[in-house]
Design a protein around this ligand. Structure first.
Ligand SMILES: [Zn+2]
Length: 333
């Protein structure tokens, strides 16, 4: 069964620019017949690729939400060839609250695919994206950031592709986005993936998908937002959806694989010894966890388990066992 209970105010077959809401039925004390309003914009002009663009899958990740809003206000149907489907706040309750997960059902949308048509609101949204929007789409661009707890430089994430054509297109999209870094996944993707992510949903539906990590820490970076806006237009141009756009010269992207993550094994205050982009070696002291409730106790050292560069770091100073402190990326061959 793929019939969703979510209704759309948008006619996906109509030409022109349409704005409105996906209505997720949600009957609660203050609103018996109410619905959750997920903003949606569709811009269509003739035959061409359909590109699904999403932000706010995690509600505390902001650059994509702003960049996609700017894009849809700027673009008119005559600028487009094909169709853009844009969700700025894909998990609306989470984005409205500015939290990673939905306050309604604690749902982490990017861990809930393929979703459930009769499930919680977050499961229903996942199901709608996978079963209703992915089948309309040729390409999927999903914009994230480190959220409240992590910070990333502007980074394009992609798989290796399951055919020569897909591999070439993914590489081409990476070059078009032109972020300083790319994180290349070693596994996953394709029609048989069991991934719970939106990118996994794209793979199951034969949609060529990339995602991006764009800053984080609950803030909006001027520099990363500008890179995001430029990168989105360059990718749309690359797939033929924005034919009149003239891309400027590319800056180049360093391709990385994530070789290790560094975790806290103690609860306390984390003092980092490295910043994003710095080179580290296996065994280097990554930082120290301090115990201000036992100020006479020596801080506990934390060490890197692989060599490379710091791709991402934790933002809040308070840590508990199991928190990710750093991700280390090494050059992808
Ligand atoms: Zn995210």
């Amino acid at each position: 069964m793929s019939e969703t209970l979510i209704t759309s105010e948008i006619d996906f077959a109509a030409e022109g620019k349409q704005t409105g809401y996906l209505r997720v039925p949600h009957s609660v004390h203050r609103s018996a017949y109410g619905w959750i309003p997920i903003p949606i914009v569709v811009v269509q002009n003739g035959d061409g690729p359909t590109v699904l663009l999403t932000a706010g899958i995690h509600g505390d990740e902001y650059e994509g939400q702003i960049a996609l809003g700017k894009l849809i206000r700027e673009l008119e149907p005559e600028d487009i060839t094909g169709r853009l489907i844009v969700l700025t706040m894909a998990n609306y309750p989470a984005a409205e609250a500015g939290t990673r997960n939905s306050p309604i059902d604690s749902g982490n949308l990017n861990r809930m695919f393929p979703g459930d048509r009769l499930g919680t609101p977050t499961e229903m949204i996942a199901h709608y994206i996978e079963e209703e929007l992915m089948p309309l789409s040729d390409f999927f661009f999903d914009f994230h950031s480190g959220g409240s707890s992590l910070m990333y430089p502007s980074t394009l994430l992609r798989g290796l592709g399951h055919s020569v054509e897909e591999r070439q297109m993914l590489l081409s999209l990476q070059r078009a986005f032109d972020a300083p870094y790319a994180w290349v996944f070693q596994s996953g993707g394709g029609p048989n993936t069991t991934a719970r992510t939106a990118l996994g949903a794209a793979g199951r539906k034969g949609v060529i998908g990339v995602m991006a990590e764009l800053g984080g820490g609950g803030e909006v970076s001027k520099e990363i937002l500008a890179q995001t806006e430029r990168g989105i237009k360059r990718m749309l141009h690359r797939v033929g959806a924005l034919p009149g756009y003239v891309p400027d010269k590319a800056n180049g992207t360093r391709e990385l694989k994530v070789s290790s993550s560094t975790y806290a094994y103690d609860s306390g205050l984390f003092e980092p010894f490295f910043e994003i982009g710095e080179e580290v070696a296996v065994g280097d002291r990554a930082g120290a966890i301090h115990f201000p409730d036992e100020p006479w106790r020596e801080p506990e050292p934390v060490k890197f388990e692989s060599s490379g560069i710091v791709l991402c770091r934790r933002v809040p100073g308070k840590v508990v066992r199991g928190d990710c402190l750093f991700q280390i990326g090494s050059d992808f061959e």
